[in-house]
Structures are given as structure tokens and as C-alpha cells.
Design a protein around this ligand. Sequence first.
Ligand code: ADP
Length: 260
Amino acid sequence: YLEESISVPNYLETELITNAFNKMLQRMRSVDESRQEFVSNVSHELKTPLASMKVLADSLNSQEDVPIEIYQEFMQDITEEIDRENQIITDLLSLVRLDKKASGLNIEVININELLELVVKRLKPIAAKADVELIVDSFRPVNAEIDKTKLTLAFSNLVENAIKYNNPGGWVRVSLNADHKYFYVTVADSGIGIPNDSLDQIFERFYRVDKSHSREIGGTGLGLAITRRVIVMHRGAIKVYSKENEGTTFSVRIPINYVA
Ligand code: ADP
């Protein structure tokens, strides 16, 4: 028995070990690369509002007797850039917290109908301002083992996007359904849609379709990355269907009983 356990690995075993080792090395390299890319994206995104603020402040400083209207306009622009910087930092902190393995989930039995009603209630003012109708369809009462704070954030992101990337007079429909194993939430909108060649990328950090148009609308490009992360932590899945100029539907599936 002893001899067997200390025997030198044969050729096949050596090959297997080498392969496994190479795979691990490859994985570590790609993790390292994506981390570097993330840091460089973050730096870029944080620098953009700063650069705008600098230009605005410099041009105010270089003029004497700036008319009060111009001064106010520039100050307003500076305030918007500060808000943007703030939003990026808030979203980044959420992501970083989610990425920490130790953070885990705070699982409780939660009524999903009420959770969705709350999400929609909070976003009603934004929808009203954008002239978008918000509708909730709950086909049956659903109680599930989930992290309430994190899933509220995830669904809020989806509904907020559906309002933001919509047209005046449009609608957003949030539906809840369930079977014995999963509950299903869909967030459908009548909005601008997503081009086919962007569908794979929208969940990536900082990715935004049409940067200039999205910039007017406002956002960080981190919302969907956060949403997907939260859903995957719940062992769930998210899918997107979209047609340009017609609308988008995000469909989410999450197990009713949490599997650790
Ligand atoms: P953002 O802060 O830009 O909204 P997200 O990560 O939430 O970032 O979304 C990434 C991009 O996906 C958005 O910039 C937008 O171009 C696109 N997108 C997300 N949701 C929708 C939607 N419901 N309709 C159309 N485009 C959307």
C-alpha cells in the first residue's frame, strides 16, 4: 500500500498533471489580463469627468468679468460632472463589494411580488418625468430565498434602463411568474432597442452602445455588470432579446430555494 501511494507517476499521469497545470496557468494569466484591463478602464472613466471639469474651470479662470449667466452655466456643467464622477465611484464600490468572495449573500425568504412593487414604486417619478408607463404583472404570489438588497439593486438597474432607453409615450412591463423550481422576472420595454452586434457586450463593465447618445442619457456602463453578477451569485441566469427601434426584453430566472 505504501509503495503504491509513493509510486512515481506514470507517463499518462505526468501528462495529465502537466495539462492541468498549464490550464491553471492560462487561467491565471487571463484573470490577470482582465484585471489590468479593468484598472485601465476605471482610470479612463474616472479621468473623463475630471478632464471636463478642468476645461470648464480653466476657461472660467482665464476670463475677467465673466457674465453671471455664463458663470452659472459653467458651474451647472461642473456640478453635472461631479455627479457623474460620484455615480461611477458608487457603482464601482458596489461591484468591488460583490466581487469579494467573503461578502456572500444575506439569504432570507422574501415575497418577490412586494420586492418588485417596491422597485417600481421607487422608479415611478423617473418614469413619469420621461413620460413612460410602468406596468407590473404578477401572475401568482412568489416567496423565494434571496438576498433582498442585492436583488432589489439588480432589478432596479433593469427597470431604470428600460425607462432610460425608451421613448416618450412608451411603456415598461415587469412580469413575475414561477414554477416549482424557479421564479422568472421579465422586464420588457418599447424603447430604442440594442443592435445585434452589441447584445453580447452589454453585460461587460463600462460597455455602452453608442457612447455619445448614451452619454446624453447618463449612466456608467456598470449597471448590467452588477445585475448579472448578483443574478449569477443566486445561481440564476439572465438573457436579453432586442430589436432596434422596437424594444428590449431582459428575462431572469432564479431558483426559489437558494443552493449554497
Ligand atoms: P448604463 O449605465 O450605460 O445604463 P448598463 O450596464 O446598465 O449601463 O447598460 C449598458 C448599455 O446597454 C447601455 O449603455 C445601453 O446602451 C444598453 N442598454 C441597457 N439596457 C437597455 C435597454 N433596456 N434598452 C436599450 N439599451 C439598453
